[in-house]
Design a binder for this molecule. Structure first.
Ligand code: FES
Ligand SMILES: [Fe+2]
Length: 357
């Protein structure tokens, strides 16, 4: 293959990270309790958004740009349930309508409005829709009811990552990386062999199932002690563009993976693009064992700080930094059989992006 072809091939493989962000989709804007009656400013899909709750507890999201001289609304203040711009004092209600002009004769221009975004509060998550408001269908939010199921225990967290969101989506769609990247932080040993694998695709979602049979339990991390032999599931369910639930439960060897005899460990990963090369990463770990044990809670907090932050996110950031150079250097990327889900996800997102362009 000549140089020209090599460059073309590399460009094709790098393209997912330059694909326009998908607008007609639900994204996690915040954990519900992060949004209070005070304003929170957060950039989502390249748009500055301001969020707050009304006195009655209703969460709202609006474009964080005053239509007068474009000052950020979040630099103004709250007046009851209204937002007052800090520059000349225009005041907007929670529907985005301008309700007061303290300047001149007080006339309110008809077009003085703040854009509002559909926002749904469900499963302890505030879901935002950045696309066409009339296409925002809350029924499209996947069932994540485990997140606030009182009979299980969930530890949540999140952090900011300086990388394109697909670098984490692809990371999660290939949980085989845990054997190496998370070896020190409690992943399963790297000398185990994948026993069974399958991929199911339904509409714009993918279910990648992997099973390690007869492996030592991954410590108390998911309920089986290292001395115990178990079957370890390492499944991931992805809904376009960037909602994922990893099912890492264990069951007794050869037993059906019903949830009676085994353990449940569901890792929820909600990845929200901030810009083309940065993201807000929200995650939660839900379990059915040691539910009242604060030591196990702490173990999951440590896991989130190490595996998700120090390991996964650092690799994603390093790769994002290398992307432009990689293109110039003509590096030829290769794919492995375990990359199939990532490739399929990229195809789905290509189709969704094309439909929006
Ligand atoms: S810029 Fe907001 S009132 Fe003037
Ligand atoms: Fe990971």
């Amino acid at each position: 293959m000549g140089n020209m072809d090599t460059e073309l091939e590399t460009a094709r493989l790098l393209r997912p990270y330059e694909r326009p962000l998908i607008r007609n989709a639900w994204y996690c804007a915040a954990w519900a309790e992060q949004i209070t009656t005070e304003m929170t400013a957060r950039r989502i899909l390249n748009e500055p958004v301001v969020m707050y709750r009304t006195q009655a507890g209703q969460a709202v999201a609006m474009l964080d740009i005053c239509p007068h001289k474009l000052a950020p609304m979040s630099q103004g203040k709250k007046v009851g349930d209204n937002l007052q711009c800090g520059y000349h004092g225009l005041e907007f209600d929670c529907s985005g309508k301008c309700v007061r002009n303290p300047q001149g004769d007080g006339t309110i221009p008809i077009q003085a409005k703040l854009r509002t975004y559909p926002l749904v509060e469900r499963y302890g998550v505030l879901w935002i829709w950045m696309g066409d408001a009339d296409r925002a269908d809350a029924a499209k939010i996947p069932d994540l009811s485990h997140l606030n199921d009182p009979t299980w225990r969930t530890i949540r967290g999140g952090h900011h990552v300086k990388a394109n969101y697909m670098l984490l989506v692809e990371n999660l769609l290939d949980l085989g990386h845990a054997l190496f990247l998370h070896k020190m932080s409690g992943g399963i040993a790297d000398n185990v062999t994948l026993s069974e694998t399958s991929i199911e695709q339904e509409g714009d979602s993918i279910h990648d199932l992997r099973l390690y049979r007869n492996v030592p339990g991954p410590g108390n991390f998911n309920g089986f002690k290292p001395a115990e032999i178990c079957d370890n599931h390492s499944d991931i369910h992805w809904w376009a563009p960037s909602m994922l639930v990893a099912d890492n439960g264990c069951s007794l060897p050869g037993k059906p993976r019903d949830r009676e005899g085994g353990t449940i460990l569901l890792g929820t990963h909600l990845v929200t693009p901030e810009t083309q090369h940065t993201m807000h990463y929200f995650y939660a770990h839900t379990r059915n064992f040691g539910k009242a044990d604060p030591e196990i809670d702490e173990r999951f907090r440590v896991w989130q700080r190490t595996a998700l932050h120090a390991e996964d996110s650092r690799v994603a950031e390093a790769i994002d930094t290398l992307l432009p150079e990689t293109l110039k250097l003509g590096v030829r990327m290769v794919t492995l059989s375990t990359d199939t889900s990532g490739i399929r996800a990229n195809r789905i997102l290509d189709r969704l992006a094309a439909a929006e362009s």
